[in-house]
Design a protein around this ligand. Structure first.
Ligand code: FES
Length: 163
């Protein structure tokens, strides 16, 4: 996540969009632009998306459509920790659905949302490349394998006390 002020971030974003606008079919770089914006701001702020729409001369609804279609774009600020639950086949058959229910119940949020205390953001993944340890979740950069609902509860408690 960036530590730039929003003015500096906007200057950098505008400079990036200007380089993209010189290319053939600049609108095909929209996902790259949204990635850049998310990198700079940590999430896709409504005003930033409006600005992108204005500079790119594209309808705001189109920008929103793309941003909401892809799960990896965050439309709200992310929490301190990001939890990715793997819902790939190997994890799913080994009980990822129960893990997801536990996470939703414990955090009182659903996929794509951030807890009220801004501690956790919940995301889904399709395969975290650790199928042998299924079911797995990833918190920040670390993989936790052979998870059970009980282990999930204990892990969340650990992160909460670390706060
Ligand atoms: S399906 Fe979950 S790690 Fe591969």
């Amino acid at each position: 996540m960036t530590t730039l002020t929003s003015d500096t971030a906007m200057d950098e974003l505008k400079a990036y969009i200007e380089t993209v606008k010189k290319k053939a079919r600049p609108e095909s770089y929209l996902i790259a632009i949204l990635h850049k914006a998310q990198h700079l701001y940590g999430y896709l702020d409504k005003e930033v998306m409006n600005e992108i729409a204005f500079i790119m001369n594209l309808p705001t609804a189109h920008i929103w459509g793309v941003a909401t279609f892809y799960h990896y774009f965050n439309l709200t600020p992310k929490g301190e920790h990001t939890i990715a639950i793997c819902l790939g086949t190997a994890c799913y058959v080994k009980g990822a659905g129960d893990l997801l229910d536990t996470l939703k119940e414990e955090l009182k949020i659903t996929i794509g949302e951030t807890t009220e205390d801004k501690l956790f953001t919940l995301q889904e993944a399709r395969c975290l490349g650790a199928c042998g340890l299924a079911p797995v979740i990833m918190i920040d950069e670390k993989i936790y394998g052979e998870m059970t609902p009980k282990k999930v509860v204990a892990l969340l408690a650990h992160f909460r006390t670390e706060k």
